[in-house]
Write a protein that binds this ligand. Structure first.
Ligand SMILES: [Zn+2]
Length: 104
């Protein structure tokens, strides 16, 4: 991965992009990750990012929020999402209003 990432302060889920400070949109879907509509995650490594739609920057989410959010994302990906495109290790899924980038 070559994307720039930055770690959020502990215990603080994002309301704004850490790079451009624009407010992240509410998604109305994820109880454990209420902000951000474009979400990338790696269930095997337990990593999770909110992708800022302005500059395509990846905001790495705080550790303590990840497990519950990853569980929610896997459930949505499995039950509700539409496959947009897939490579050997990245799957792009649509589950309106969310876009999910599943790694692995
Ligand atoms: Zn941003």
């Amino acid at each position: 991965m070559t994307m720039t990432t930055v770690q959020a302060p502990r215990g603080l889920m994002f309301t704004r992009c850490l790079f451009c400070h624009k407010p992240l949109p509410e998604n109305g879907q994820l109880a454990h990750m209420p902000r951000g509509r474009r979400i990338a995650y790696d269930p095997l490594q337990g990593r999770l990012w909110v992708v800022c739609e302005s500059f395509n920057r990846w905001n790495l989410c705080p550790l303590e929020e990840r497990e519950a959010a990853l569980y929610e994302l896997e459930r949505i990906a499995r039950d509700h999402a539409k496959l947009l495109t897939q490579t050997s290790n990245i799957t792009l899924l649509s589950a309106s209003p969310l876009t999910l980038i599943r790694i692995g």
